[in-house]
Write a protein that binds this ligand. Structure first.
Ligand code: CP
Length: 299
């Protein structure tokens, strides 16, 4: 693997080959499943989960990944930390480093938070979602899930739609970078007011037309907590409804959490209704992908 970065802050610094290397390692962990016998590369090491924003999937999968690699972890959650007394994000990270942690996994609302921490601390920093800028481990696990679905190492020749609240989505930003590096064509779909035009790929507000051309469709959550506003016709125009998905045979993805009944119908979200539904495979792949990243940086 050519990539020799100390941190995992975005996919900008990785080549497609670097990504494939990590994806293959994640795939190895997935294939091994419960039969994986760890050589405990994180034995004796403690990873700090510094989560200033809420999380279910990312935080728990980093915890599971750390434990499966033989390591231990400490959780520091925004609401219970001394950030509530005005301590800065960087000071918080410096204090964790002073306690001897081997790496810091950070989620924060600050757009450049993980980069600022990485400039100040000497241990590896992993970006677990920063503002609207980047969620690189999510994009890598999405790539792992898709490469296994298509049965190939990269995603060359695939056309993938990312649909919904693109404007507030760090998942979309990291996926545009990652999917493109792996050879896929990406089309962003959404209402004009939620569709930035500076992301270096095609955009469209005609979901039906795009859906007929793509081999995978990644639905995104409308981020009401970031003041996203959508019209009453949002589900009809941009939701993956039962009617809309009836003739669609490609992969169905969602990073979670889902607004069921808005961007995706209940019946479409329920995994038993379609062999193409990869939503929980993404979660399973998340543990393996984070194992690959932790092993590479810290193991
Ligand atoms: N996909 C994702 O980042 O989910 P969480 O916010 O639950 O971690």
């Amino acid at each position: 693997m050519a990539w020799n970065g100390r941190n995992f802050l975005s996919l900008d610094n990785l080549s497609g080959e670097d990504m494939v290397g990590l994806m293959q390692r994640a795939s190895h962990f997935l294939d091994a499943g419960d039969r994986y016998e760890p050589d405990a590369p994180l034995a004796g090491k403690i990873i700090a989960n510094l989560f200033m924003e809420n999380s279910t999937r990312t935080r728990c999968s980093f915890t599971v990944a750390t434990k499966r690699l033989g390591g231990d972890y400490v959780d520091l959650l925004g609401g219970t930390s001394s950030a509530s007394k005005g301590e800065t994000l960087v000071d918080t990270a410096l204090n964790l480093e002073a306690m001897g942690v081997a790496g810091i996994v950070v989620r924060c609302s600050e757009e450049r938070g993980p980069w600022e921490i990485a400039q100040q601390v000497g241990v590896p920093v992993i970006n677990a979602g920063s503002g609207t800028t980047a969620h690189p481990t999510q994009a890598l696990l999405d790539a792992v899930t898709l490469s296994r679905y298509f049965g190939k190492d990269d995603l060359s020749g695939e056309h993938i739609a990312i649909v919904g609240d693109i404007a507030h989505s760090r998942v979309a930003r990291s996926n545009v970078i990652g999917l493109t590096k792996l050879g896929a064509t990406v089309t962003l779909v959404g209402p004009k007011e939620l569709l930035p035009t500076d992301l270096n790929c095609e955009t469209s507000s005609d979901f039906d037309s795009v859906l007929s051309q793509v081999s995978a469709c990644m639905m995104l959550r409308v981020q009401f907590e970031r003041n996203a506003q959508v019209g009453e016709d949002y589900r009809e125009k941009f939701g993956l409804t039962e009617t809309r998905s009836a003739n669609y045979q490609g992969a169905i993805m969602h990073p979670g959490p889902m607004n069921r009944g808005l961007e995706i119908d209940d019946s479409v979200a329920n995994i038993e209704n379609s062999p193409h539904n990869l939503i929980l495979s993404q979660v399973t792949g998340g543990v393996a992908t984070r194992m690959a990243i932790l092993e590479h940086l810290i193991g």
